[in-house]
Ligand binder design. Structure first.
Ligand SMILES: [Fe+2]
Length: 307
């Protein structure tokens, strides 16, 4: 898929979303994103156009069997995901969106909830790639390390988190998505900012979204998602969405991918905070606070008293 040069690294550091909305899809599967490249195509007249690329799942189409069948992947990735990408490219070719990173297209076309035509295809293209990266052969089980610590802190226990995530996925009416997200502390409404931000303000949360909407548009950092559109499970589970949800949690989730996404989300949130602080300092004080503080270094004061 189209992306920025930053995506060549494991942790993308800059894109339209990063600067304006906080996060992008490093969550798109940090590892899977590594190999993505801007697909540049020369078209008639020598004009160079960037196109969004359909990337295959990071495992063979039959790798998740028996929990998710090859047939499901052939339709879900091979037809549905492909159609979103193809339709998006048709919609944006020759427009000002052409050549932008996918995450930037999503934010631009979300248009504060008043969707522009390419939004659904753009968001669905992103959501599906993120979904493929949320699973792995031999997945499931429990997370570990900091991810587990935060889950315990913010949900009470891993079991409580699973219950909440399953409930979100099961109760999303009609088509949509369930998500685990990282909410960076970000009270900034133009005339006020969080006076005492701390890491404890940053929370994991479970959210659900209708149709193509994803948490990027709410300035959250997505960590895990489950597609609950019927096309995601009907071939394998027919109308038994709760069974599909349980198999996803027990056999398919890649907690390693979620942990990497959390790590990247925290790094990007910290970088954003540093940039915002720097900006405020420059706006309010005419220069970085750190320069002013140098006047009051303790060593200077001690020296003055000693004289
Ligand atoms: Fe889907």
């Amino acid at each position: 898929m189209a992306t920025t040069a930053a995506a060549a690294t494991n942790i993308p550091l800059n894109c339209g979303l990063f600067s304006s909305q906080g996060f992008f899809g490093s969550t798109r599967g940090f590892q899977t994103r590594k190999s993505e490249k801007m697909n540049v195509k020369r078209v008639a007249g020598g004009v160079i156009k960037a196109v969004i690329e359909l990337k295959p799942p990071p495992y063979p189409l039959d790798a998740l069997q028996p929990h998710m069948s090859r047939e499901t992947f052939e339709y879900h990735w091979g037809k549905h995901h492909r159609a979103y990408v193809d339709n998006l490219n048709k919609q944006i070719v020759g427009t000002e969106l052409d050549g932008k990173p996918l995450e930037e297209i999503i934010i631009d076309t979300y248009n504060k909830g008043d969707f522009l035509p390419p939004f659904n295809n753009a968001a669905q293209a992103w959501n599906h790639e993120f979904f493929w990266g949320s699973m792995k052969p031999g997945g499931g089980g429990e997370p570990s390390g900091e991810l587990l610590d935060l889950i315990n802190r913010d949900f009470g226990s891993f079991e409580a988190f699973v219950k909440e995530f399953k409930a979100a996925a099961a109760t999303q009416f009609g088509s949509g998505w369930a998500w685990l997200v990282y909410k960076a502390n970000r009270l900034d409404v133009g005339n006020a900012v969080n006076p005492r931000p701390s890491d404890d303000d940053k929370k994991l949360a479970v959210v659900k979204s209708p149709n193509a909407v994803n948490p990027l548009v709410w300035d959250y950092f997505p960590l895990l998602t489950l597609d609950v559109w019927e096309h995601a499970y009907y071939l394998d589970f027919q109308n038994r969405r709760p069974d599909y949800i349980s198999i996803f949690m027990e056999k398919l989730v890649s907690w390693e991918a979620v942990s990497l996404r959390l790590e990247s989300a925290k790094a990007q949130a910290a970088e954003r905070e540093r940039e915002e602080l720097k900006k405020r300092e420059n706006e309010e004080n005419g220069g970085p606070i750190s320069e002013a503080k140098e006047v009051y270094l303790e060593s200077d004061a001690d020296d003055a008293e000693a004289v």
